[in-house]
Design a protein around this ligand. Sequence first.
Ligand code: SF4
Length: 411
Amino acid sequence: MKSVNDFLMPLGIYISVPFCRSKCTYCNFASGVFSAAQMGSYVDRLSADMKAVRAFAAEQGAEIPEPVDTIYLGGGTPSLLPAEELKRLLFNLRQEFKVLPKVEITVECAPGTITDAIIQTLTTRGVNRVSLGVQSFVDKEAASVARLHTREITLKDIERLRKAGISNINVDLIAGLPHQTRESWEYSVDQAIASGVPHVSVYMLEVDEDSRLGRELLAGGVKYHAHDVPDGDLTAEFYETACRKLDAAGIRQYEISNFAREGFESRHNAKYWTRQPYLGFGVDAHSMLPASEKLRGGGIDCVRLATTDAYDGFLAAPELAASPVATDQALEESFFLGLRLNRGVSLQQFEESFGTRVSAYSPIIAELVSDGLLVRDSDNLQLTPRGRLLSNEVFEKFILTQEPEQPAVPE
Ligand code: SF4
């Protein structure tokens, strides 16, 4: 078994910024439209939490490794923060944590919200990666889910970021938006490729049933274009088309939803899939920290910290909630998070970390291999292309002790 020191690898920090210009019709995340003063209070609370987290983690028997080698501001729309608040947030973070010079700092931005002052803040505060919530390069599709930007604005923002020195840019696309057709989807993927960005994320539309679009899908209606949402088979076809086109353009798939030119894979998100330690701050943020030697002796692998998922509750709530993760649960997570990566997981490494517990999965692995959902090459296990499409069904098989608990992966 590993000791806690084996897990003291660099730390990732995630900061949730739950502010949006308008509410996307498919989303029910605890985000909303807030005033600059409220954003200031929010940054105050984040800064106070950063100061308090070490003492709280120690009380819960969790270790906080340092230094920090990745920082990710997600949301929501962090680029909606007033530039002064964004500056203050990044400054306070560096005051509280030892940040490596080669840190990857990503900020999620919505096209059309990136003012010159924001660009200046990004470049002067060490931000070297921007993730753009584009979703579609077809204006009618973006507008149908209440995104406020156009293709032209997106392409201009990419150009402005590049001119300012930030060329490590991700474009998010969603397959399955209302009005999307084979032709329009191919157009969006082609535009993402032509824009020259080195990273593209492709998500299949997941409609929260408590969102406006979700309620319309269940109850019927025309206001949110629910009747124009492509069916599941067509959406899956869109996803496969994107995999093919991006690969042909040299933007290789490295995770179920993520594609990058070589060397541009997201270092921060890799921490979630490989269960490296991370600290999350803000509304609905999660942390995963190694357990102390004492807890590990009692069969605990790591400790999760979580905050409330409501803005008001977050400002009012006195502290984080902690939950220990037993070693058996940690092994399950290692399977279903690691299998998200195209490179798959190494059974030998799992045995080094988790010992004989790994053998309990042999019948499940054999069944999934025989069903064509996993491929096994010696001790390496990977999803097949069909397995990637049916990944939730595959991951459920690895849950022997608990309901799956996915970490807070940015939008
Ligand atoms: S999808 Fe993202 S940008 Fe849209 S409302 Fe939800 S959190 Fe805001």
